[in-house]
Design a protein around this ligand. Structure first.
Ligand SMILES: [Zn+2]
Length: 153
């Protein structure tokens, strides 16, 4: 039996992340259909089943993998953002996170009040940031702001 299934899927897309999601949505739709005595969710589930079969048996692997990459990229971005938020929260008292203006990568910088020259290790861009700590606006920072304004002119 297993060999037959393997032979059926040889050279075909088979199960990927989108197909797992379709199956999960189908299960929910069938449950909703049974609970509400409505045929509409069942019809949608049937259409999704056709899409599932089309994708699972598709031989256009390049296109299917491209569709799948869209999903895995989005999931990776969510995981990255979640991890960054966790780190931000964890060392909110000792570090700040700043985006490099050139390459948009997020850099972790020691949280010390005032201006700071940053060297981006990803793109070798040099830039200056001013770290503001709420409630601690003092002479040093005012001077730094003036210097920044002068630099812009
Ligand atoms: Zn950079």
């Amino acid at each position: 039996m297993k060999e037959k299934i393997n032979a059926l899927f040889a050279g075909r897309n088979g199960l990927d992340m989108w197909n797992y999601i379709i199956v999960a949505v189908d299960v929910v739709l069938i449950a909703v259909s049974m609970l509400t005595n409505s045929y509409l969710p069942l019809c949608i589930a049937f259409l999704l089943l056709i899409l599932f079969l089309f994708r699972a048996l598709s031989r256009n692997l390049a296109k299917r993998q491209k569709e799948n990459r869209f999903f895995t990229d989005a999931a990776a971005a969510i995981v990255r953002q979640h991890r960054l938020n966790g780190m931000r929260w964890k060392d909110r008292k000792t570090h700040v996170y700043k985006k490099c203006p050139a390459c948009r990568k997020v850099l972790r910088v020691k949280r010390r009040k005032g201006p700071k020259d940053i060297h981006c290790p990803y793109c070798n861009n040099d830039f200056r940031i001013i770290i503001r700590i709420p409630g601690e606006l003092d002479r040093e920072e005012k001077e730094a702001r003036k210097a920044e304004a002068r630099a812009k002119k």
